[in-house]
Design a protein around this ligand. Structure first.
Ligand SMILES: [Ca+2]
Length: 237
């Protein structure tokens, strides 16, 4: 009895009959869905391509990140790399940067990881930041701007041969305590030529109090033509 009923229904479908509960006139969905999928894919591609930071999620370990500071002017950070590691994310899902700060380090120089020089375009506004998680230490994220300038030979302590530091924007991270959060800020890149950086560095930093802190998915990306931003300051040196 039951089998016969199912067979009958199947045959009805096969010849195109519609069950009464299915609306007859319906907007065809596949093209719409396809368009949305294409848009999402394009957005994902654009976002990934736009990030100036290489290895932003630490899936390649600390490749592309400076954690060792052997320069004579960086003696405070001579052991910096000992407090930095790339570990499995505490919540799973890939790897992340871990800072482990003891009391002495937390109370003095803190711990940092820095990108290489990232060339930026004039007339663009940039947003920067990272996913953050702290179990104690205070976090700060710096976007530091430099201009190529021949004759500069200083090295270490945020100085790089061939560059003059001319700009800095800081995120005083207040979220990410005990749970992952995203900290980000739009940097108002100066227009005046003297202060306009040709390159930026992203610096992830942690200090007092002691404990461990994590960074993942760091980014510096253009978000449009130069407009109102905040959080930046011109800097002389
Ligand atoms: Ca990651």
């Amino acid at each position: 009895m039951r089998r016969e009923r199912l067979t009958t229904l199947g045959r009805a479908d096969a010849v195109g009959a519609r069950p009464p509960w299915r609306p007859r006139a319906r907007v065809p969905r596949p093209p719409l869905v396809a368009a949305v999928v294409v848009l999402l894919a394009a957005a994902a591609w654009a976002g990934e391509a736009a990030n100036l930071v290489a290895n932003p999620g630490f899936e390649k370990g600390d490749q592309g990140w400076k954690t060792r500071f052997p320069e004579p002017t960086e003696t405070k950070y001579a052991r910096n790399h000992e407090w930095v590691g790339v570990v499995a994310r505490p919540d799973g899902g890939g790897r992340c940067l871990r800072f482990g700060l003891n009391g002495a380090v937390a109370a003095s120089e803190g711990v940092k990881a820095v990108t290489p020089m990232l060339p930026i375009a004039a007339g663009q506004t940039y947003e920067f930041g990272a996913d953050v998680l702290t179990r104690g230490p205070t976090l700060k994220i710096f976007l530091e701007g430099y201009r190529a300038e021949a004759g500069r030979t200083d090295s270490g302590a945020d100085q790089y041969p061939g560059y003059r530091r001319c700009y800095r924007s800081v995120i005083h991270v207040r979220n990410g305590v005990g749970a992952w959060a995203t900290a980000s800020q739009v940097a108002k890149i100066p227009d005046a030529e003297r202060y306009r950086p040709t390159h930026v560095l992203l610096k992830l930093y942690a200090y007092w109090p002691e404990g461990e802190a994590f960074y993942d998915n760091a980014f510096v990306r253009p978000v449009g033509e130069a407009a109102d931003g905040h959080g930046g300051q011109r800097q002389r040196d």
